[in-house]
Design a protein around this ligand. Structure first.
Ligand code: PRT
Ligand code: ZN
Length: 286
């Protein structure tokens, strides 16, 4: 049977989260070190392990049908034969321009005529054109952050997540060029059969991501507080309410957003809720 060919980063920041996402979707494959490809055991998926920079091209050329890459890599390659199918919520970072701390930077006009080192020349060029700044772009393949200290450039344009690399190299972030996260990409002209497999995978990915963003909550409430408690945790449709063996009390079950969790629990306690249990959800289908 035909399988969907999916390209994942072989070894790097997106490798483990990509593999974990597929595992959470119930898809199992071996990705031992040095392997070029692998077959999923229980899903029509063939997985290729590649350098992230090569993934858009492999997908565009039809060597792979789909892949997981950072939006930054995709924007640099920009190819109309590829479409973004789903944002995946991991690998978050931003592509930013940074200058030495001693540079008295006031606005983007300060970049006029300067030399900027980057591994993202196309994105940077588009950004500078949009801002009507003429600067010299120096394309280098790595360790961009040391370019100013060795006199190669006046500024850098590089990926930033915590900011500690910039800090330890005496640089400060002055402009955000783009925000990025990992995305699922696919060949724009995939046939119906492969589209169906990808749709099935995306359905699972959404269920996994929704589950991570939510928690299952169970608690006991005196009956006279039921209405106000149910208002606090409306759930997917409405909470489940069941009588306890102890007269005058009910058990309420619902789903809450993980990020609101502590705030909601505090309010529930104020309403007289007791015995609050919070459980992680594996999959969630609305
Ligand atoms: O070998 P291959 O070419 O496959 O990997 P790679 O070395 O090119 O990429 P890799 O594994 O470093 O990153 C893969 C993807 O992860 C990137 O394309 C981004 O989409 C995403 N990502 C998220 C990051 C970062 N965060 C990140 N912080 N990629 C790189 N960095 C680097 C950045 O270049 C800088 O050197 O980390 C440093 C900055 O980090 P902070 O935390 O100090 O700010
Ligand atoms: Zn790379």
């Amino acid at each position: 049977m035909r399988k969907l060919k999916m390209a994942l980063q072989k070894s790097g920041r997106l490798s483990e989260p990509s593999a974990e996402l597929l595992r959470d979707c119930g898809i199992y494959f071996s990705n031992g070190f040095g392997k070029l490809k692998s077959e999923a055991e229980n899903f029509p998926l063939e997985i290729f392990f590649l350098r992230d920079d090569d993934i858009p091209e492999y997908v565009a050329d039809g060597v792979a049908d789909a892949g997981i890459v950072g939006e930054n890599v995709l924007a640099e390659k920009s190819d109309k034969r590829i479409k973004v199918v789903e944002k995946l919520g991991f690998g978050r970072c931003r592509l930013s321009i940074a200058v030495p701390k001693t540079f008295s930077y006031e606005s983007i006009l300060d970049l006029q005529g300067k030399r900027i080192a980057t591994t993202y020349p196309r994105i940077l060029d588009r950004f500078l054109r949009m801002k009507e700044i003429e600067a010299e772009i120096h394309t280098i393949s790595g360790s961009v952050e040391i370019a100013p200290s060795i006199g190669l450039a006046d500024a850098v344009c590089d990926l930033v997540s915590s900011g500690s690399t910039l800090f330890t190299n005496g640089l400060k972030e002055v402009e955000v060029v783009m925000n990025s996260e990992a995305v699922m990409i696919a060949r724009a002209d995939m046939d119906n059969f492969l589209c169906k497999i990808l749709e099935k995978l995306i359905f699972r990915i959404r269920a996994v991501r929704q589950a991570k963003e939510n928690k299952y909550i169970l608690l006991n409430v005196p009956n006279d507080k039921l209405e106000s408690v149910c208002r606090l945790i409306p759930g997917m449709k409405s909470p489940t309410v069941m009588p306890l063996a102890k007269p005058g009390w009910s058990s309420v079950h619902s789903v809450i957003a993980a990020e609101d969790f502590w705030e909601v629990v505090e309010k529930l306690k104020n309403e007289g809720a007791e015995g609050i249990l919070v459980i992680s959800i594996d999959q969630m289908i609305r």
